[in-house]
Design a protein around this ligand. Structure first.
Ligand SMILES: [Mn+2]
Length: 463
């Protein structure tokens, strides 16, 4: 894109930013001074931002990188935000037991969303500060049941009507997950592989219905819903029989997936895990189990960054598994010592994952999702920090100088390493700022003051 055109886009974006921010402010009862402050800030920074961007285009141009193409590619990479960050995985069922399932949310920061409307409002606030158009991943326990006790084997698409309407209005896609934890029938740590047939059947019915709900979402929103099955099943201590639960799980999954659904509406994914709290010795749905299942049944494989040994990276797995499975769903997370679901930071690991996503995206679909829950900080900020980091890492990968690959192809590993390291300090931050501007969201850390305003006006009143 020519510089003059970029200037035009910057001016337009500054205008729209002011307008959209004001509209947003009244909707969320934020003081008007925030919008004025935002406008002044944006106007004064637009010029220096444009200068930096111009220099960045020049520098990347010298290395054969087309910045414009990278930005267009980034705008076509939706990230599925996980609804459960907003309320500590509580959901909206009438009665709710212990979270269980080997999961644990830590922290007691005030302002947790307690109703579907509060959660949607928080998501609107987060999405207003994240560049691009994205998706929302819902768990089954986030249905709207009108105060009635609807058990998991009785959920229907109508319980997600308001979520679908909300997503449609905003042009967002939805993804879905059966909730196989936090329920009396999961209290002993087993669901689809339970030794008692009646309990297995209960969870099979729940997962079947979840797929139908996913298809209803995909149909209504005209974008396939990725419905991801994860179960917590496992033993605290060494099992006497590792084989039988896995045989039962295969049979149960085959029942869940028996009905063929249109891939235009619903895409099935399966997610493995290494261990969970209380299931330290054995997990029925291990990586090997689900890799084999996904390959033999043609399912999308979900790779969660926190579900492997601490030194094992999912970045290296993409190029292998995509040789065999029709697609991958990534659960981008950050384990610290264990699967602790910390907010995603701009780590080497994240950059490695994003690099592989970009490298593999032409080969097979890679669906991007987040999966973490931190209740010790502002929950809206947690969404924004994690999502902006993933997008930033994807941008860095899209801006990778082609000389790195060329050096490898030529067998020049000295140049490969030299160029890889030099690429770290290229002016990609200016390109990121430009992207935020063009998508009408704040650049740099200025989004934080919007979150603070929202915290004062909305979150702090939830007592
Ligand atoms: Mn996950």
């Amino acid at each position: 894109m020519k510089i003059e055109k970029w200037l035009f886009v910057i001016c337009r974006s500054v205008r729209e930013q002011g307008a959209s921010h004001e509209a947003h402010s009244s909707q969320n009862e934020v003081e008007p001074s925030s919008a004025a402050r935002f406008n002044a800030r944006t106007m004064s920074s637009a010029k220096s931002l444009e200068r930096s961007f111009r220099l960045a285009i020049e520098r990347y141009g010298q290395l054969g990188v087309n910045v414009d193409r990278a930005l267009r590619a980034l705008s076509r990479m939706p990230v599925s935000l996980h609804c459960w960050q907003g309320d500590d995985v509580q959901g909206f069922e009438r009665s709710r037991g212990e979270l269980g399932g080997g999961l644990a949310v830590t922290g007691n920061y005030p302002g947790r969303a307690r109703t579907p409307d509060e959660l949607r409002r928080d998501l609107d606030q987060a999405l207003a500060l994240i560049p691009g158009r994205h998706r929302l991943s819902l768990h089954a326990c986030y249905g709207e049941f009108g105060g009635r006790a609807i058990d998991r084997d009785a959920i229907e698409p109508r319980h997600f009507r308001d979520w679908i309407a909300w997503a449609k209005e905003r042009g967002l896609g939805l993804d879905f997950n059966p909730t196989c934890f936090g329920h009396p029938k999961a209290a002993d740590g087993f669901t689809l592989s339970h030794r008692i047939r009646g309990i297995r059947d209960f969870w099979i019915e729940h997962c079947r219905r979840s797929r139908e709900i996913g298809a209803a979402m995909g149909r209504a929103l005209r974008t396939p819903c990725v419905t991801n099955v994860w179960i917590p099943d496992g033993f605290k201590d060494s099992p006497a029989d590792r084989h039988a639960p896995r045989e039962r799980l295969i049979e149960a999954l085959d029942s869940v997936f028996a009905r063929r659904l249109s891939p235009q509406q619903n895409v099935d994914a399966v997610e493995s895990k290494l261990f969970g709290l209380g299931a330290e010795s054995y997990t029925v749905g291990s990586h090997e189990f689900y890799l084999g299942y996904a390959v033999s049944r043609g399912k999308v494989l979900c790779l969660d960054a926190g579900h492997f040994h601490p030194t094992e990276s999912i970045a290296d797995k993409l190029s292998s598994v995509l040789l065999y499975v029709p697609g991958v769903l990534l659960h981008v997370s950050r384990g610290v010592r264990w699967d602790s679901d910390h907010v995603v930071t701009f780590s080497d690991e994240l950059q490695a994952i994003a690099r592989e996503v970009v490298a593999m995206r032409a080969t097979a679909p890679v669906h991007l999702g987040l999966d973490y829950f931190d209740a010790s900080i502002n929950r809206v900020a947690a969404w924004i920090i994690g999502t902006r980091n993933l997008l930033r890492a994807l941008l860095l990968a899209l801006l990778e100088p082609p000389g790195i690959r060329a050096a490898e192809r030529a067998g020049d590993f000295t140049a490969r390493l030299a160029l890889q390291e030099e690429a770290r300090s290229l002016p990609w931050g200016a390109v990121w700022d430009r992207y935020c501007e063009s998508q009408n969201v704040p650049t740099g850390e200025s989004w934080l003051s919007d979150v603070r305003d929202y915290e004062r006006a909305v979150l702090s009143r939830r007592v």
